[in-house]
Design a protein around this ligand. Structure first.
Ligand SMILES: [Zn+2]
Length: 116
């Protein structure tokens, strides 16, 4: 499953950052997931929770922020938000659009547990 590999990467990033900051554990991780990334948020959360068991991130919550697809026309610079049909043609001049948002898959922030 695609999401398991991604969840493992997210956990890896979170664990390295927690170690770097000397934190006792990880309470929550926020990720930005573009609508074009092909990631199913529910599957990602499920995989993440399963991987966290027994690690410093045990019980950590995964917040998934969806990023809507946005596109820009390279010709007239008009920006648009393609609908579910993902028509990637400029409504004004018919040029193929450049996708400028919606493909991201990144760790946005971490909530760490302080060492006591
Ligand atoms: Zn245009």
């Amino acid at each position: 499953m695609h999401e398991t590999g991604i969840a493992a990467e997210i956990l890896d990033i979170a664990e390295r950052e927690a170690a770097r900051r000397g934190a006792a554990g990880i309470a929550a991780v926020t990720v930005r997931v573009g609508d074009l990334s092909g990631v199913v948020a529910e599957a990602l959360s499920f995989a993440f929770e399963a991987l966290c068991a027994g690690t410093a991130a045990a019980g950590a919550r995964l917040h998934v922020e969806r990023v809507a697809v946005r596109a820009r026309c390279p010709h007239c610079r008009r920006e648009s938000q393609p609908g579910a049909d993902l028509v990637l043609w400029c409504p004004d001049c018919g040029q193929p659009l450049d996708v400028i948002a919606g493909q991201e898959l990144q760790v946005e922030s971490l909530e760490l547990r302080e060492a006591v």
